[in-house]
Design a protein around this ligand. Structure first.
Ligand code: ATP
Ligand code: MG
Length: 177
């Protein structure tokens, strides 16, 4: 008998949330499972997985939407732009989830999008509620809301013990992006 799909949340301040989701994608493509990762917020930056995911096609599909980090570093976009883009990401997520084409859907950084008020908590709860029974859904990002944690089956909090950033060491190619 096929098992029901899980709702999985990777949250917390420590590093490893997105890479944990990518790890599952790598593992699951080994079984020819179909995976779709939708990256909220990250659109304007480059991450290695945007290229390496292409080698895992057609099983692994990646969609990056968003205008980069919100309100920090080089952010020149007004919040309304970020909100519009995040709404588009929700719409695409909904289409992908409802398509029934995927065994696993990953909503990367979606917890941040809620925390930054780019999308509503209800949008996310609705996505979780509407997922096909057999599909696994993975949500990443710090500040996962209690309501999301409540409905999830598996929740891991990444806890920072040490990070080179604390010593002023910048993000590293292949490790951080
Ligand atoms: P990763 O993508 O490496 O798994 P993450 O998904 O847990 O990290 P995010 O909150 O999405 O973390 O952070 C995005 C970027 O910030 C990544 O380049 C990541 O490596 C880096 N980062 C993650 N955690 C920390 C931290 N505690 N201090 C400084 N930088 C961090
Ligand atoms: Mg991340």
């Amino acid at each position: 008998m096929e098992k029901d799909g899980l709702t999985i949340v990777y949250t917390g301040k420590g590093k490893g949330k997105t890479t944990a989701a990518l790890g599952i994608a790598l593992r699951a493509t080994g079984y020819k499972k179909k995976i779709c990762m939708i990256q909220f917020i990250k659109g304007s930056w480059h991450y290695g997985e945007m290229d390496s995911s292409k080698r895992l096609e057609p099983e692994f599909e990646m969609v990056a939407i968003g205008k980069g980090f919100v309100g920090i570093i080089d952010d020149k976009s007004p919040k309304i732009d970020h909100q519009e883009v995040a709404k588009e990401a929700i719409k695409i997520s909904n289409e992908k989830i409802q398509s029934g084409k995927y065994d696993i859907v990953i909503l990367d950084e979606i917890n941040y999008a809620v925390n930054l008020n780019l999308i509503s908590l209800d949008d996310v709860l609705e996505l979780i509620k509407s997922k096909p029974q057999k599909m696994d859904l993975i949500l990443t990002g710090n500040y996962a809301k209690d309501e999301v944690i409540e409905v999830a089956d598996l929740v891991t909090e990444m806890r920072e013990i040490k990070h080179p950033f604390q010593r002023g060491i910048k993000a590293k190619e292949g490790i951080d992006f």
